[in-house]
Ligand binder design. Structure first.
Ligand code: FES
Length: 102
């Protein structure tokens, strides 16, 4: 995903913002990325990706590169619909479920 792609849909945090946060603040543990606008403190979907960004050290290179923004959003929706996390009020809404053809 590109730097301007949203990583935390609950708090609308882009990858660029997270990468810059890591570069500028040099957090010691991945959980400190929550200090970047609350990233990861909503439904919890983005936490594995926050950890990737943390381990990149702010280089902006990670396996998150392998996902399109659409695929990322779809996987988050699956995660939430499976009951693994609940987005806070104001979070980016889930994409519509595919409807069967009439
Ligand atoms: S997408 Fe980041 S906490 Fe929900």
């Amino acid at each position: 995903m590109e730097l301007d792609a949203k990583i935390c849909y609950c708090f609308h945090i882009t990858r660029r913002k997270l990468v810059n946060f890591v570069r500028q603040t040099e957090p010691r543990v991945p959980s400190q990325l929550s200090q970047c606008g609350g990233a990861g403190t909503g439904c919890g979907w983005c936490i594995p990706f926050l950890k990737q960004i943390f381990h990149e050290g702010g280089t902006g290179e990670a396996s998150v590169n392998d996902l399109t923004p659409e695929e990322y959003a779809r996987r988050r929706a699956e995660y939430i619909r499976a009951g693994k996390g609940a987005p806070p009020p104001g979070a980016t809404p889930l994409p519509d479920v595919d409807k069967p053809a009439p």
